[in-house]
Ligand binder design. Structure first.
Ligand SMILES: [Zn+2]
Length: 246
């Protein structure tokens, strides 16, 4: 299962090993060689402009005066401006979540917006962090199906792990309950034994008028006592004699 799983993933993202944080970009199932790393801003992936537009077969014009980027592909022309959330598709304005920005001297553009505006298809694979762009609808549909299938595998795997965890929790709870009951039982048993040992209140003890102790032995320490009861001795606040009371 695990092997199938990883092979399957490898097939979805046609990328070589990438670092855990890096976002990869595929164009028509082929990794795009980029001159700058994509950036994720406000949950949007920004990709370096040149390699992406070249990969799409689009023409790019840069206007230094307006900091404007004009991209044409087929019958679509889009215009973006650095740090401006308003873009234009064939002259029609469009609000962007994240504008094109300059990062380390490279112009970075929002991948989904530019690709979709140019009639391409864009997919985001969150686990492998890869953006896949397709210029061909059929290829895009095939990828989409693969992605769905992969997500189903991921979901099944996550469910399996959750079920395993729930089962482990259930067993732990059962064990804790059994232990609680055993402890309760032991405590009750202890109490029962303690009670059995307790001296009956009616037991005869020997005391004096002024002494602070009570005795079991009426000639303890050579003293002279009179007989009383445990109940009486306790009521008077007398404590047991260390010599004759165990
Ligand atoms: Zn005594």
């Amino acid at each position: 299962m695990k092997k199938y799983f990883s092979l399957f993933l490898a097939a979805v993202c046609a990328l070589g090993p990438i670092s855990a944080s890096a976002v990869g970009v595929n164009m028509n199932n082929t990794p795009v060689v980029m001159d700058a790393e994509p950036a994720v801003v406000n949950g949007r992936t920004l990709v370096p402009m040149r390699p992406i537009f070249e990969g799409l077969g689009a023409e790019v014009e840069w206007d230094g005066a307006t900091k404007g980027i004009t991209v044409s592909r087929g019958d679509k022309t889009i215009s973006l401006y650095l740090n401006d959330t308003v873009a234009y598709i064939n002259g029609e304005s469009h609000q962007l979540d994240t504008p094109a920005v300059l990062i380390n001297g490279r112009t970075m553009v929002p991948a989904r917006f530019v690709a979709e505006s140019l009639d391409c298809f864009v997919f985001w694979e969150p686990y492998e962090k890869c953006v896949s762009i397709f210029t061909d609808a059929e290829q895009a549909a095939a990828y989409d199906a693969k992605l769905q299938q992969m997500q189903a595998v991921r979901k099944a795997e996550a469910e399996r792990i959750a079920a395993q965890k729930a089962e482990a929790e259930r067993i732990a709870a059962e064990k804790a309950e059994a232990e609680r009951i055993a402890a309760q039982k032991a405590e009750a048993e202890q109490a029962r034994q303690g009670q059995a040992k307790a001296v009956p209140k009616s037991r005869t003890v020997y005391i004096t008028r002024t002494g602070k102790r009570y005795h079991y032995n009426n000639s303890c320490n050579g003293g002279t006592y009179y007989a009383s009861t445990m109940e009486d001795a306790l009521q008077r606040g007398l404590t047991p004699c260390h010599k004759c009371v165990q």
